[in-house]
Design a protein around this ligand. Structure first.
Ligand SMILES: [Mg+2]
Length: 359
């Protein structure tokens, strides 16, 4: 790849996250749909990988296509599908599986030739259950979890779509599938196989769907501990987009190391200036960032905000990883203060850029 080539020139396939990348709740992320159209026009394949197990792929695709992005049901890879694929490897064709979740779980099991039964099925049907697939389902009741606990107590295979502790709703955080997994685990004294991000199976299923090599596939996401950590675990490059929930503060407090830092999906179509180390600092474009005792010193020059952030992120990752080696993980004390101050300086640069756009 030449330096004037866009980021996407290095790849044949993209595994794209949805919330915080393509849309935020009910709203489109600006430029995202158009960028995805242009990516597909270049001959690059795109699938959408989602930890959301409750919705069926056709419904997800309809929402994405409604925003103007290229999407059919076959382009959506859900954690319920990854879970069903995992069980299909372990069970006889046609085996009965307790579908402890919404329509997405039921449809995913049917699609791989397994027979879903609901926790409300009669005793005779429940007696034939060979495994449990757990995904988020708003209709689930205490009695349904009781049924699942009774079946799991006998040692049946147990797969969970994802272990996200929280589910973001317009008013704040609600318990996510991970919270309901914990609830069952507390009762039965063991834990399920989890297939959604950051665990590798959802990314592996996405690679199968794309038919691309891991080395020629790029994962794109907004969450460091799921999208980016999951991509690292699956051995694919990871582009972190700053249109979603995580920012520089989450980066310095976590362990993920993105390959690229993008302002939005539109940056996939632009050349990428890789930050370079010089004596005591990092450069990106005309920005230069040095780390000192009190955080980061930023010389912006005429650089775009994203170039400042790329140089700053390079400096912070170097500090974070050095601090982790010193104290065996997790930056504490003075290291932690310097990292948080540096991250706050970058958040300030991003906030200013966002305000500039609105003015
Ligand atoms: Mg997301």
């Amino acid at each position: 790849m030449k330096t004037e080539d866009p980021v996407i020139a290095g790849y044949d396939g993209v595994v794209c996250d949805l919330d915080g990348v393509v849309y935020r709740g009910a709203e489109a992320v600006p430029e995202a749909a158009d960028a995805l159209q242009r990516v597909v026009q270049r001959g690059v394949k795109v699938v959408y990988a989602t930890n959301n197990a409750s919705r069926v792929p056709a419904e997800v695709a309809e929402q994405v296509a409604g925003l103007g992005a290229p999407a059919t049901a076959a382009d959506v890879v859900s954690s319920a599908q990854a879970g069903a694929a995992r069980l299909a490897e372990q069970l006889e064709p046609g085996a009965t599986v307790l579908a402890l979740g919404g329509d997405g779980v039921i449809e995913a099991l049917q699609a791989v030739g397994l027979a879903p039964v609901s926790p409300g099925a009669d005793a005779g049907e429940l007696e034939t259950v060979a495994a449990v697939l757990q995904g988020y389902g708003r209709q689930l009741s205490v009695r349904d979890f009781e049924t699942a606990a009774r079946l799991l107590t006998t040692g049946l295979p147990w797969v969970a779509s994802n272990d996200d502790a929280t589910l973001p709703l317009p008013w704040g955080q609600s318990p996510g599938n991970g919270a309901y997994v914990d609830l069952l685990a507390a009762a039965v004294g063991r834990r399920p196989d989890v297939v959604g991000k950051p665990h590798p199976p959802l990314y592996r299923l996405s690679l199968d769907r794309l038919g691309t090599e891991a080395a020629r596939t790029l994962a794109v996401g907004d969450r460091l501990d799921t999208d980016i950590a999951g991509a690292e675990a699956a051995g694919v490059d990871a582009a972190w987009v700053l249109t979603g929930v995580d920012g520089p503060t989450e980066l310095v407090l976590g362990h993920a190391t993105p390959t690229y830092v993008l302002a939005s999906l539109a940056d996939l179509l632009r050349p990428y200036a890789v930050p370079t180390r010089d004596a005591g600092g990092w450069r990106c474009g005309s920005a230069r960032v040095t780390s000192g005792a009190d955080g980061l010193r930023i010389e912006r020059g005429g650089a775009d905000a994203i170039e400042v952030v790329r140089a700053g992120v390079a400096a912070l990752l170097e500090m974070r990883d050095a601090a982790g080696e010193r104290d065996g993980g997790g930056a504490s004390g003075g290291d932690g203060d310097r990292l948080r101050a540096g991250a706050a300086a970058l958040e300030h640069v991003l906030d200013d850029a966002a305000h500039g756009e609105r003015d």
